[in-house]
Write a protein that binds this ligand. Sequence first.
Ligand SMILES: C[S@@+](CC[C@H](N)C(=O)[O-])C[C@H]1O[C@@H](n2cnc3c(N)ncnc32)[C@H](O)[C@@H]1O
Length: 173
Amino acid sequence: HLYTMDAVGVMEPDQTVELLMWEMCPDTMQIFTKKVCKDGPEATKKSGICDIIPGAQIDDFLFDPCGYSMNGLLPGGYYITIHVTPEPHCSYVSFESNVPQENYMELMEKVLNTFKPSKFLMTVFANKESIAKDNHKQLENKELVPGYTRADHQFCTFKNYNLTYSHFTRPII
Ligand SMILES: C[S@@+](CC[C@H](N)C(=O)[O-])C[C@H]1O[C@@H](n2cnc3c(N)ncnc32)[C@H](O)[C@@H]1O
């Protein structure tokens, strides 16, 4: 479901970037188990999650026997949230942030290098006041992510927001 505010105009910049990932590298997923890490902070460090958006104040939790959730807060009211389901038969990771960036490529590469999914869906949702609004144009390039093939790409225009949805796949490694 996608909800948008049908207000008269846009006063404040607003943006959300999401990466939904499936079929992750099994070795990487082991980090998010009690066999490899004792707690959330150890998994955050060992996986490299701490370097995705440095400087966040992080609250992280490692479930027993496996599974991981983190919420991070940044100055300015920005957030980052990551949830990991590492079970090999249904591995899934979600990443979401409202950090404003003119180009989300570097952030996307960091997230993909951290989890190494074979399939992912990227969405960028930005209003006209946001510095992230040009990401929609950049995401039109279907060769954007080396090693991945773009399987689907959609651009939607709403009253105050635009949305890009791009689905990428690659062979399982
Ligand atoms: C991190 S939670 C995230 C769920 C959902 N995909 C999300 O993004 O909100 C799912 C992972 O945590 C594990 N887990 C262990 N104990 C749990 C609990 N009490 N509640 C939820 N997940 C738990 C699950 O087995 C799974 O690997």
